[in-house]
Design a protein around this ligand. Structure first.
Ligand SMILES: Cc1cc2nc3c(=O)[nH]c(=O)nc-3n(C[C@H](O)[C@H](O)[C@H](O)COP(=O)(O)O)c2cc1C
Length: 384
């Protein structure tokens, strides 16, 4: 059987299916990281540095993966991370993913640069979700976005702070997605010609491809040059901790700061009034050469554990990784590429099945470690 035709039971199975469906430049846009992609590789590999302890004979007949994240009940300690332009990977992708997350009872996060707007997601789901913000120079427009998000059911604001400027993702240049001019456009057209299904299902039926939350600010999601020009002209590199205090005044729900990698920054975040942090290096897409997120988690948990909720993303590829992150001090995790692969492969149904798989893996690992509840997963279960 071809490796593309298997019944998907892992993130990598969905990844291969996504590769078959998407034009190369879009697949690489998801898959890739910054520069030499060292950090990208470390994020997944370094989960293996932590081993779990197997305990037996402890009555694990009542394993329960449910928990709360920022006061919200969830079926497991996992949320969908914000992914820009997800509507290019499946037709109205953000809506499909939000529906799948709702079915399984985990939070979905909509990116500032999603194809679908907060209004479109809310009108399709009528359920609360999380909204991710990049700080823009135009603060009045930021206020307008926050207002729209709050009016459309967003409970938690994830403020991403690790993108004051775009990371150098070489695959996007190599594939003609960035900076290639006419030659790049011809290369993209050639790649598109090999994926007629994408052209019909998403290229035509999935329109409009505008960035819904930014409306008039930047009008095309599938022209990465325009998007990059927007990032460079509008993303505000002068943002500081004071902006968190400013956000606090205007956002009535929880605020999570995403992109924290150092204990000092974690402390500063809490002092600035956030409810929690996401230990994240943007999935290895920003500063290459930085450490993996899982290797940083213990020190950050030591610095701010108990004062704020700590989340982690980067490299989570199965339920066992989730359990390791929780044991090392995370209240929960976010997954990025895994849900995009599943969605590109099989739409809402794919994301739903992937989340069910994570759920089973977490439950199985808990039972085999001898615990019934998420709050029993502590560092005592890590075999140092
Ligand atoms: C294709 C792609 C687009 C992303 N877009 C955003 C975004 O718009 N906002 C954001 O805060 N993070 C964004 N991220 C980072 C993710 O939210 C998350 O931090 C990262 O994917 C986690 O690593 P993982 O992919 O290994 O799970 C993006 C990541 C990918 C792969």
């Amino acid at each position: 059987m071809s490796k593309y035709n298997v019944i998907p039971v892992s993130v990598d199975d969905y990844r291969l299916k996504a590769k078959k469906r998407l034009p190369n430049f879009l697949f690489d846009y998801i898959e890739g990281g910054a520069n030499a992609e060292e950090t990208l590789g470390l994020n997944t590999a370094e989960f293996r540095n932590f081993k779990l302890k197997q305990f037996v004979m402890r009555d694990v007949s009542k394993v329960d993966t449910s928990t709360t994240m920022l006061g919200e009940k969830c079926s497991m300690p996992l949320a969908l991370a914000p992914i820009g332009m997800a509507g290019l990977f499946a037709r109205r992708g953000e809506v499909q993913a939000a529906k799948a997350a709702n079915k399984v009872d985990v939070p979905f996060t909509l990116s500032t640069v999603g194809v679908c707007s907060v209004e479109e997601v809310y009108n399709a789901t009528h359920k609360p979700f999380w909204f991710q913000l990049y700080m823009l120079r135009d603060r009045d427009f930021v206020l307008e976005m926050l207002d729209r998000a709050q009016k459309n059911g967003c409970t938690t604001l994830i403020f991403t702070v690790d993108l004051p400027l775009p990371g150098l993702r070489l695959r996007d240049y190599r594939n003609g997605m960035l900076g290639g001019g006419l030659k790049g456009k011809i290369s993209q057209a050639a790649q598109l010609a090999t994926r007629p299904w994408w052209l019909y299902d998403i290229g035509i039926k999935g329109k409009p491809h505008t960035l819904g939350n930014l409306m008039h600010k930047v009008n095309s999601a599938n022209d990465l040059d325009k998007y990059k020009a927007f990032v460079e002209s509008q993303f505000d590199p002068s943002a500081t901790w004071d902006d968190i205090a400013w956000l606090r005044k205007h956002w009535h729900g929880n605020i999570l700061i995403k992109g924290i990698m150092e204990p000092d920054d974690a402390r500063a975040t809490i002092n600035a009034g956030a409810n929690g942090i996401v230990v994240s290096n943007h999935g290895g897409r920003q500063l290459d050469g930085t450490s993996s997120t899982i290797s940083k988690l213990p020190a950050i948990a030591k610095a701010v554990g108990g004062q704020a909720e700590i989340y982690l993303d980067g490299g989570i590829r199965n339920g066992i990784d989730v359990v390791k992150a929780v044991a090392l001090g995370a209240k929960g995790v976010l997954i990025g590429r895994p849900w995009v692969y599943a969605m590109a492969a099989q739409g809402e149904d794919g994301v739903n099945k992937l989340l069910t798989l994570f759920h089973h893996e977490i439950a199985a690992a808990m039972g085999l470690m001898g615990v019934n509840h998420i709050d029993e997963i502590t560092s005592d279960l890590i075999d140092y």
